[in-house]
Design a protein around this ligand. Sequence first.
Ligand SMILES: Cc1cc2nc3c(=O)[nH]c(=O)nc-3n(C[C@H](O)[C@H](O)[C@H](O)COP(=O)(O)O)c2cc1C
Length: 366
Amino acid sequence: MPRFAFDYLDGGAGDEGGLANNRAAFHQVQFVPDYLEQRSDPETATEIFGRSYAMPFGVAPVGLSGLIWPRAAEYLAATAKEANIPFCLSAMATSSIEKIGAIAGEHAWFQLYPLADHGHEKELLDRAKAAGFSALLVTVDTPTTRRGLREIKNGMTVPPKLSLNNLSRIALNPSWALATLAAGPPRFESLLPYFPAGANYASVSEMISGLLARMIGWPEIEALRKHWDGPMIVKGLLSETDIEHCARLGLDAVLLSNHGGRQSESLVHPLDMIDDIRARIGDELKLFVDSGARSGLDVARALARGADFVFLGRAFMYGVAALGEPGAAHAAELLRTELIQIMGQIGCPDIASLPQFLRTQGNRGG
Ligand SMILES: Cc1cc2nc3c(=O)[nH]c(=O)nc-3n(C[C@H](O)[C@H](O)[C@H](O)COP(=O)(O)O)c2cc1C
C-alpha cells in the first residue's frame, strides 16, 4: 500500500507516545500457569447480548476503510460472519450499511458519530436496523480534531492531495492502485444521501464536518437510547463517573477506549481504569476494551484484567493491508490460534476462568 495509506492506519496523535503506552499496558499483564492440573481443550465461546460468539473479540470500526485497502470493510464483514464474531461498521467507512448488512447480517454492529441533523440520524439508524445490524455503538471520544503529524506531513487530507510524492507512491504500489481503480475511489457510502446535492469530491472534508454534531452530551445519548431498541454501547469512555451515568441510562455496554492513541497521546489506557470502574458499577454493564491489542494473547490479557469482550482495529486492518481479501480471514485465524495457544499454555479451560490466572502484585489473582 502507498505510504500515506499506511500512515493513516498506523499513526497516532501528536508524538505517538499513546501508541507505546497502549502496548505497554498489555505487556504488563502476566499469567501464572498451572501445568499438571487436569486439562481440557480451551473453550473460547462467549455470550454477549444473548448471542453466542465463537471468540471473545471483534472487529473495531475503522473509517475511510477503502483507503487502506479497497473493499476492506466487506472482506472483514464476510470473515466476521464466517468466524462468528462481531464486525463494527464505521459510519465513516467506505462500504454502505446496506452492502455490509447483506454480507454480515446480525454479525454487523453499527458505529455512529452523532449527526447534526436528527432526522438524518434517525434515518441512518433505521437503515442499519432494516439491514439487520444487531447492535449500535455511539462514539463520543472525538470532541476535537486530532493532530496526526504523519498525515500533515503526507498531505493526507480528505480527499488525499495528489502531490507528486503521493502520485509516485501510488505508482509504486500497482496492486493497491489497480484494486482502487476497480473498486472506484473511496467514498463515504452510508452518508452520501445526506451530502448536499451537487457536492463535489473536493469539498468532502467540509461536508463531513457540517454533517456531524458539534456537541454530544447526555441528552443526545438518551435520545439515541430511546430510538434504538437493540443493544447500545457507548464507545470511547474512560472515567468511572461517565460509565456510572451510562448504567443509569440503561445502556447495555461501554467500550472503554482511547481510540487507539489517535486522538491524544495523553489519555489513560482502559486496562488501567477497569478496576476502579468495576468497583463503581459492579456487573451492571458489560465492559468492552480496545486500544493497542495486537494478538490473541492480548485478548486473553484484557479478559484476565476484567474485560467482557475485546475489539481490535489495526490488527485486522494490517491483515487486509498486507494480503488483500485473504488477509481478513488470516488475521482472524491468527488471533484465534494465539488465544487458544495461551489458554493451553496456562491451563485455562474457558474465557470466564482467565482472571484466575492473572499475576497480581504479590501473587496470582485467585
Ligand atoms: C484508521 C483508523 C480509523 C478509525 N476510524 C474510526 C471510526 O470511524 N469510528 C470509531 O469509532 N473509531 C475509529 N477508530 C478507532 C477504532 O475503532 C479503535 O478504537 C482503535 O483502532 C483501537 O485501537 P487498535 O487499533 O490499537 O486496536 C479508527 C481507528 C483507526 C486505526
